[in-house]
Ligand binder design. Structure first.
Ligand SMILES: *Cc1c(COP(=O)(O)O)cnc(C)c1O
Length: 396
């Protein structure tokens, strides 16, 4: 990552970070180095690479030139040390938790995190003696109160999934650090185009690159961005040994998607502002939550901490679950599917889909009501999305 690139705009960075002309062939697009292993010139070189005394690749689970370009690209935008690419977003979370937590340690997380992120802590990490508490981290007093002497990670997702509630990252960093814990931020929903947690004091950022960063609904992938080399050194060995690595072809696809990240995020956001205003004015809509609306409880925080409100909207149709289902069953341009952050608009029902594995009481307490509908606005012509909503609402 060159210093020059750091001074350039975000769109330029997405297009140029991790991109250099291949010295061997002059190829402008990155070569896919589809090799599991790398030859050493001699035994001394192999030994030096294993000892970390010489640069160069050894084995793709430990590092690969195509994957390294992606790790550099995302890290440039986030403003951290070289990333650690993973086979999925869940692998990114599990790798960080495995690296930074010991038996008896405690994690405090946002109550409405991505469903499986909570389930893996409560159901699986608990089997190894790791404790976790999930609270509404938008309430800083609740966050402070949940900290214990053994808290080692504060895990914040903002905007959170699917409630679109925000957490004040600078304040969360201060609370985590004063307790001797690290702040881990899931930045999937905002992407580094709209939010850079490391600049606000976070220690590690993670992504499901399956969403905005890849952006084309054709790859499952994750990324860990440590704030500095010291943090990277704490995570890197576990990343290698846990085997949560990425494949070079997967990295190449994600790198290809990454080049248009800034363009896609802004186009989808332009659409989302229009759709959110449309939904808020709709007589069949009970409520809408979108950080770009003045009605969002943390509209001011969104303006301070984010460079834009993004393209995720949650809302509830009057008439609850049944009315919501009638709407979801009637869309034609939008697709009824989980996931988000792709060029196409996806609409889903969290309480029966992404968050169905959560206990109902926990789900309701986290603000995920039975009738909540989440829509990830894509890059289509917005008139077509509005017409699709009009048609679907007519069926409600
Ligand atoms: C999808 C998602 C994950 C999990 O990522 P995968 O790539 O599906 O493993 C984690 N966090 C958030 C916010 C997500 O949306």
């Amino acid at each position: 990552m060159t210093d020059d690139l750091k001074r350039l705009g975000r769109t330029t960075q997405t297009i140029h970070a991790g991109q250099h002309v291949d010295p061997a062939t002059g190829a402008v697009a990155p070569p896919i180095v589809q090799s599991s292993t790398f030859a050493f010139a001699d035994c001394a070189q192999g030994a030096a690479r294993f000892a970390g005394e010489a640069d160069g690749y050894i084995y793709t689970r430990m590092g690969n030139p195509t994957i390294a370009r992606l790790e550099e690209a995302v890290a440039t935008l986030e403003g951290g040390a070289q990333g650690l690419a993973t086979g999925s977003g869940m692998a990114a979370l599990c790798t960080v938790a495995f690296a930074l937590l010991n038996q008896g340690d405690h994690l405090v997380g946002t109550s409405s995190v991505y469903g499986p992120s909570r389930v893996v802590m409560e159901r699986d990490f608990s089997r190894f003696g790791v404790q976790s508490t999930f609270v509404d981290t938008s309430d800083l007093e609740a966050l402070r109160a949940a900290i214990r002497p053994n808290t080692r990670i504060v895990f914040v997702e903002t905007p959170a999934n699917p409630t679109i509630v925000l957490t004040d990252l600078a304040a969360a960093a201060e609370i985590a650090h004063s307790a001797g814990a690290v702040l881990l931020v899931d930045n999937t929903f905002a992407s580094p185009i709209l939010q850079r947690p490391l600049e606000l004091g976070a220690d590690v950022v993670m992504h499901s690159m399956t969403k905005f960063i890849n952006g084309h609904t054709d790859v499952v992938a994750g990324m860990i961005v440590p704030r500095d080399q010291a943090m990277r050194r704490r995570i890197k060995p576990v990343h290698s040994y846990l085997g949560a690595c990425m494949d070079p072809h997967q990295a190449w696809l994600a790198l290809r998607g990454f080049k248009t990240l800034a363009l896609r995020v802004r186009a989808a956001q332009d659409n989302a502002r229009i759709v959110a205003a449309y939904l808020e004015a709709h007589p069949k809509v009970e409520w809408v939550r979108y950080p770009g609306l003045a009605s969002h409880p943390q509209h001011e925080l969104a303006g301070r901490q984010m460079d834009g409100p993004g393209s995720l909207i949650s809302f509830e149709v009057k008439g609850g679950v049944e009315a919501g289902a009638a709407l979801l069953n009637s869309v034609k341009v939008m697709t009824l599917a989980v996931s988000l952050g792709g060029v196409e608009t996806l609409i889903q029902h969290p309480s029966s889909m992404t968050h169905a594995a959560m206990k109902r009481d926990d789900r309701i307490a986290a603000g995920i009501t039975d009738g909540l509908v989440r829509v990830s606005i894509g890059c289509e012509d917005v008139e077509d999305l509005i017409a699709d909503f009009d048609r679907a609402f007519a069926a409600v």
